[in-house]
Design a protein around this ligand. Structure first.
Ligand code: FES
Length: 165
């Protein structure tokens, strides 16, 4: 868990029984992670049901990392990087943009709504943008409901237990 989560002021608690999405936010080290930190130290209110994972560049986030996050039960995944032309590795975020477009198509093949994956550019000075991006994404995922892979796994395990194989 990152310090950002600890520093972030929690939004009012959700209603009892309300679905609380689990969100993974991959943030590039140079811009978005600093933006997340700024949102935290500025005590901007936002939902706290996200986990920040820092990568040196958004392009360092392998498609496998995203797919694994969904397979392990994430309800939504965000990849946040520097604005176009600001990537500290020159063209990393252009690669990320193409990769995310392909990943969204792949998610559809797996029966996951592509809206569950979001790419956004957040600079180090955009704490407020980080806050609004997270808030909006949590709202979107809340509307989409739980990750259907998790539900399917639970059903499969219940069947196995019932029939003993
Ligand atoms: S270093 Fe931020 S996207 Fe590449």
């Amino acid at each position: 868990m990152s310090s950002t989560q600890h520093e972030t002021q929690a939004a009012p608690a959700a209603a009892e029984g309300q679905f609380e999405p689990k969100i993974i936010a991959f943030c590039c080290n140079w811009c978005s992670y600093a933006g997340a930190d700024l949102a935290g130290v500025s005590r901007l209110q936002m939902p706290t049901n996200f986990l920040v994972l820092r990568a040196m560049c958004s392009a360092r986030v392998d498609p496998e990392h995203v797919l694994r996050a969904f397979a392990k039960g994430a309800d939504g995944v965000m990849v946040l990087g520097c604005h176009p032309a600001d990537c500290h590795y020159i063209g990393g975020n252009y690669r990320t943009r193409r990769r995310i477009a392909l990943l969204k198509m792949l998610l559809e093949q797996y029966g996951l709504d592509p809206e569950r994956l979001k790419l956004e550019w957040v600079s180090a000075s955009e704490g407020a943008k980080f806050q609004s991006t997270i808030t909006e994404f949590v709202k979107t995922i809340r509307e989409l409901g739980p990750n259907p892979i998790v539900e399917a796994k639970k059903e499969h395990e219940a069947e196995r237990a019932k029939y003993g194989h």
